[in-house]
Design a protein around this ligand. Sequence first.
Ligand code: FAD
Length: 427
Amino acid sequence: MKAAIVGGGWAGIAAAVALADAGHDITVFEMAPQLGGRARSVAGQDATRPYDNGQHILIGAYRDSLALMRRLGVDPDAALMRLPLALPYPGEPGLRLPPGAPLASFTRGVLAQRGWPLGARLGLLAAAAGWLARGFRCDAAHSVAALCAGLPPAVRRDLVEPLCVAALNTPARDASAQVFLRVLRDALFSGAGSADLLLPRRPLSELLATPAAAWLGGRLRLGARVQRLEPGWRVDGEAFDAVVLACTSVEAARLTAGIAPGWSATAAALRFEPIVTVYLHSPGSTLPAPMLALRDGPDAPAQFVFDHGQLGGTPGRFAFVVSGAAPWVARGGCAEAVRAQALRELRWATPPVVARMLTEKRATFACTPGLARPPACIAPGLWAAGDYVAGPYPATLEGAVRAGLAAAQGVGTAAKGAASGSPTNTP
Ligand SMILES: Cc1cc2nc3c(=O)[nH]c(=O)nc-3n(C[C@H](O)[C@H](O)[C@H](O)COP(=O)(O)OP(=O)(O)OC[C@H]3O[C@@H](n4cnc5c(N)ncnc54)[C@H](O)[C@@H]3O)c2cc1C
């Protein structure tokens, strides 16, 4: 088959590699001058020290993303720092899961979290046992805040809220409890090491985008924004047997408006949450850990800070992450507020200065209860891949990669069906 992949983020790369490995003739159209989409590096003043377009965290449960990195010659053990899940706050050790079998590790970690009263620790374990007994499923209309309303306040403040905003990029009161439970299940209860944090040791583009560009070679067209898609399939007039739309939901909705109006309307209805990343520079400073959780509030935008010096990156560079950042985007002054928060909450060898602020207004779709997400199959021979496509995950790298693999499998199944004379175009 001759297949076009429109968009070269992690979903498009996953689809392209899977289709090429299955023997198809592929072309990747990417409108930007580089691959990677939202998970890419951004040039700084010093070309050898780019910024990440937002600090990214992977976890051990991201099996397909890690396999894709390996497929492209990247060793995840070298490219990522693996740490047991820990949420230390400045001056507080916080929750820390010891290595071991998931259930035992979670129980031991919670019981050892002496920052919480014993009743709070037992309350969390009882709630987790209830979630486990119900197969980590709940009413699709529930929010994370409703799901966790019975938990002790310290657990909600120190665990539920930071995990929810980190994984779903949506505040607990607006976030889907069902998706949150699925993330918890896969992270905490799906095999040893699944909850481990994997922190990039290299610039973000080196994890996938740069090796993918080398691997694709002449099959990649950069700076090529697809303007028109016609049934048959024609991509800007060029004929293909199948097309994977791995562009953003907004672009996919535009390209399909006249072809699949129902699908296009569902994609166009998605709403977004911004993420702001503020990079501070403070020569000679280090944090007590490569990653610290922070308590956000009316004058404290950031929920996490990462010490790039400890991650094999630029010493003295600190990435502050402001997830669910809509109020700060509307209000302005985020960078200065982060700097003030940093001065209040952390110790510095030299006064930190704002080096860079990156705002992604459409960082992820707002992962709200009962959200209708468009399905992967748009029409026979036309598939969607992207973190927003219907699935159990929030907008994550792993969700994007799995969507890319699913679209490639859909195209491949249809190709086999056509070869055997029995059309099998739907999932
Ligand atoms: C600041 C920030 C922090 C994040 N942190 C994390 C994290 O810690 N962990 C995690 O798992 N996830 C995180 N995410 C989410 C993660 O980056 C995304 O889920 C993932 O990158 C989405 O990949 P994608 O391929 O679906 O979409 P995209 O990366 O958006 O790729 C779409 C591609 O299509 C291209 N395109 C669009 N229109 C066209 C067209 N018409 N023709 C050709 N090309 C087109 C775009 O240029 C883009 O390259 C974060 C995101 C942001 C923004």
